[in-house]
Design a protein around this ligand. Structure first.
Ligand code: GDP
Ligand code: MG
Length: 151
């Protein structure tokens, strides 16, 4: 089982796409472990996007992701990092296939509705950045997924 960090970006929250995105992950059979609507500060955003700090669009990217609330989530499932990236689709709307979240809802690469971790390492770092270590395990400890399926 893998865990990944999925975030509805401010444009997705603003357009009312949280429910649609949760629905797609639930229908796929993944388990939601934690979720929170939050507005993040620049330091959290800069740490989240640290791999892009040398890019010319880094400032704009941080401006955008801190411009309004995001819906941050931790999801669990088999091969979820790879599968969720397929469900999300490519970064650019000219490459994101119909049927993917970005293919169906995003019309520009600067504001493309959703983020998903691209590796085990980034998933760990991103989950810790948004939820911290203790909080990350709380829901799962209280109410394991195996128990939830039989409810
Ligand atoms: P992702 O992993 O598919 O989200 O894409 P990347 O890791 O390559 O880029 C991170 C995010 O930066 C993307 O999802 C876009 O929101 C944003 N981004 C990518 N290219 C540009 C750009 O040229 N300008 C701006 N403003 N943002 C960009
Ligand atoms: Mg990326």
């Amino acid at each position: 089982m893998q865990r990944t960090f999925i975030m509805v970006k401010p444009d997705g929250v603003n357009r009312g796409l949280i429910g649609e995105i949760i629905k797609r992950f639930e229908q796929k059979g993944f388990a939601l472990l934690n979720a929170e609507l939050m507005t993040i500060d620049r330091s959290k955003a800069e740490y989240h996007y640290m791999e892009h700090q040398e890019k010319p669009f880094f400032g704009e990217l941080v401006d955008f992701i801190t411009s309004g609330p995001v819906f941050a989530m931790v999801w669990e499932g088999e091969n979820i990092i790879e599968v969720s990236r397929l469900m999300i689709g490519k970064t650019s709307p000219t490459e994101a296939m119909p049927g993917t979240i970005r293919g169906d809802f995003a019309f520009c690469k600067e504001e493309n509705v959703i983020h998903g971790s691209d590796s085990l390492q980034s998933a760990e770092r991103e989950i810790e950045n948004f939820f911290g270590l203790l909080k990350r395990h709380r829901l799962e400890d209280d109410f394991p997924f195996e128990d939830r399926k039989s409810v």
